[in-house]
Design a protein around this ligand. Structure first.
Ligand code: GDP
Ligand code: MG
Length: 437
């Protein structure tokens, strides 16, 4: 599921003390794939990851104490934003407030009508009237009657009538007489969109002028749900979406796509067959759910700790024994280069930040250093004390630099090493490296 996929993508950040443009890009590629797999519309997945990328780099994730955590937060916020940002409640203006329920057959309209009536009755003290406008299937009318009985809500039916407009108008008239302050009109759906169904529900809409039209969609239908939402919205200009069957193993993709395709808020989610399995839709909570927030954060933290421990133990040993060599130095430089922005990252290497403080940092700066180290023999890299005058001359020639540059590097290295040895004695290297968080 989306959860696990995203988790995996965040694992890419494992071992990275800092996030760089490169591993942000890699992570986002995975996030995008996870979104696509979860039936999120391609364009949306693309613009989503682009937004996250911009935010990540704009927020200077590179220097964050816990970059991967910040990254999770950015993805979380962006997910919530994609789903509308904040909770929008059902509109209950009018007396009675007339609510029209639309959607394909089997999407969960009748079940939702019952759930909504129950919720409005018990939580908002309303007196709903349910209206059976699915005139084609006697079983559908019976289904609504049974639901009404279960929750103690009256159900308006006109046995034998085939005219949903007439039924709806009559129901509203009855509601006024009986003091029902909410009228919930359950309608007929088809297995696929057809003109007749659209004409019929449009006619009901025009006649009763509902205060709220809710489009019900089965979240398990993935990309189809998005297409259906679009067609219904083009025709009905509905006010909100109800995502049903969001229980079990449902992929969250529909929730993510629908909002941005039709630009209408998701207002409710159905999470089961029982009549109290209905929730208001809170984008933040949905984002939590999709991300499995806590899990990812702790997972990332664990990965990070592991990396820090191993790496620092290894370095600490070398430093304590004064064995930090040009080979290690070279490795560190390559690490930095791989990670991207040099200025931001220089500080990661113990002593490096200081050593490089006055150096103009650009790619070339490292090119010379690398060339010089490459021109050393392995023995010289491991034991810099071998580097006498003639060796230095040879290295300068071999690296296309000059003796001053070679001398400067060796001096800098010796100073760095000395400083690192002091630092490493009894000190927490993690803290020095700035990536223990
Ligand atoms: P309608 O044709 O649009 O009126 O759909 P129904 O309300 O009759 O629902 C179709 C099927 O989906 C029924 O078996 C419902 O019990 C089931 N159903 C509806 N909503 C949910 C939900 O949120 N979760 C689950 N698991 N099943 C649901
Ligand atoms: Mg029905």
């Amino acid at each position: 599921n989306l959860n696990e996929k995203l988790e995996r993508s965040f694992k890419l950040l494992k071992g990275q003390g800092k996030i760089t443009e490169i591993n942000v890009a890699e992570t986002l590629k995975e996030v995008r794939r996870a979104l696509l797999d979860a039936d999120v519309n391609f364009k949306i997945a693309k613009s989503f990851t682009e937004n996250v990328r911009k935010k990540a780099l704009g927020m200077d994730v590179l220097n964050a104490v816990k970059p991967s955590q910040l990254m999770v937060k950015i993805v979380h916020d962006e997910l919530a934003e994609l789903m509308g940002g904040k909770f929008i409640d059902i509109n209950l203006k009018g007396n009675p407030s007339v609510i029209l329920i639309a959607g394909l057959q089997g999407s969960g309209k009748t079940t939702f009508s019952g759930k909504l009536a129950k919720m409005l009755k018990s939580k908002k003290g309303r007196h709903p009237l349910l209206v059976a406008c699915d005139v084609y299937r006697p079983a559908a009318i019976e289904q609504l009657k049974v639901l009404g009985e279960q929750i103690g809500v009256p159900v308006f039916t006109e046995d034998g009538s085939k005219n949903p407009v007439k039924i709806a108008l009559e129901a509203i008239r009855q509601a006024k007489l009986q003091g029902n302050d909410v009228v919930i009109i359950d309608t007929a759906g088809r297995l696929a969109i057809d003109q007749e169904m659209m004409n019929e529900i449009s006619a009901v809409k025009d006649a009763v002028k509902p205060h709220e039209i809710l489009f019900v969609v089965d979240s398990m239908t993935g990309q189809d749900a998005v297409n259906t939402a679009k067609e219904f919205n083009d025709r009905l200009d509905f006010d909100g979406v109800v995502l049903t069957k969001l229980d079990g193993d449902t992929r969250g993709g529909a929730a993510l796509s629908i909002r941005s395709v039709v630009d209408k808020p998701i207002k409710f989610v159905g999470t089961g067959e029982k009549l109290d399995a209905l929730d208001n839709f809170h984008p933040e909570r949905m984002a939590d759910r999709i991300l499995g927030m806590g899990d990812i954060v702790s997972l990332v933290e664990k990965a990070q700790e592991q990396f820090d421990e191993e790496e620092s133990r290894r370095l600490q040993q070398k430093l304590a024994k004064n064995q930090f060599s040009f080979t290690d130095f070279l490795k560190q430089i390559q690490q930095i280069k791989k990670m991207g922005n040099l200025k931001d990252l220089a500080g990661m290497i113990p002593g490096m930040g200081k050593a490089l403080k006055d150096v103009e940092i650009e790619d070339d700066a490292f090119k010379h250093i690398e060339a010089i180290i490459y021109s050393m023999t392995v023995a010289e890299r491991e034991d810099p004390s071998l580097l006498n005058g003639s060796r230095r001359k040879r290295i300068a020639d071999g690296s296309g630099t000059n003796i001053q540059e070679v001398n400067r590097l060796i001096k800098q290295f010796a100073e760095t090493r000395k400083m690192m040895k002091i630092v490493s004695q009894g000190k927490n290297l993690n803290r020095m490296m700035g990536n223990a968080g």
